[in-house]
Design a protein around this ligand. Structure first.
Ligand code: GRF
Length: 214
């Protein structure tokens, strides 16, 4: 199950990995909170069922999240993948799927939680940036980090070039983390990420040069 709000390039990376046989999973449904999300067309093209649950149709966050949970539960997914889903989830929803809910964030967490990460990284004069896949816990962008990809920030970088380069890395590490989960190697236990039966003291880190770990 994948939740989106926009372009769905991360969804596409997952679909491509499945198609190529590198990700032993299937996506039971793609849900968007925006009817115009381009990612919905990607799902349709790949033959994946879609649903739109527009947040504008609901008076409160709780009402929205209840409708979302109903649609998610109808599928009974092993894992709920947030891929650019631009909604803050209520604590009740996060607790409901705790350990089965992951997100990708465009920064090297715990740094630069929240929005406009590329601009903030540039303004802070950082030489390194990247993205993180993490388990979702009730505190926004704060759950245990599973894997990160780092890129150098080049001197002539703009917000747009940085965003593009970070996204290329997102498309590498998100299918990797989902594969680990699908293989039963990745779990959340006692609020820590465990990979291959060991707690991760720090996230797995990949760089642009390094081959992806198996
Ligand atoms: C990604 O940059 C991700 O880090 C953030 O939202 C963006 C989604 O992009 N959470 P896309 O819709 O997958 O293209």
């Amino acid at each position: 199950m994948v939740l989106i709000s926009g372009h769905g390039t991360n969804l596409q990376a997952l679909l491509d990995a499945i198609e190529k046989g590198g990700l032993p999973a299937d996506i039971c449904r793609v849900i968007s909170n925006r009817p115009e999300a381009a990612g919905l067309q990607r799902a349709i093209k790949a033959g994946v069922p879609t649903a739109v649950i527009a947040h504008t149709d609901f008076p409160t966050r709780d009402a929205y999240d209840a409708a979302l949970a109903k649609t998610v539960d109808a599928c009974g997914p092993d894992l709920v993948v947030l891929a650019g889903f631009m909604r803050i989830l209520s604590n009740a929803l996060v607790e409901r799927y705790l350990g089965r809910l992951i997100n990708i964030h465009p920064s090297l967490l715990p740094e630069f939680r929240g929005l406009h990460t590329h601009r903030r990284v540039l303004n802070a004069g950082r030489h390194e940036h990247g993205c993180s896949v993490h388990f979702v816990t009730p505190e926004v962008d704060s759950g245990p980090v599973i894997v990160q990809a780092c890129i150098p920030v080049t001197p002539d970088e703009s917000e747009e070039t940085l965003a593009w380069r970070v996204q290329q890395q997102e498309h590498r590490i998100y299918p990797l983390a989902v594969r680990w989960y699908a293989q039963g190697r990745l779990r959340l236990r006692n609020r820590r990420a465990w990979l291959d039966a060991r707690p991760l003291d720090s996230p797995v880190v990949v760089t642009t040069e390094s081959p992806l770990p198996l």
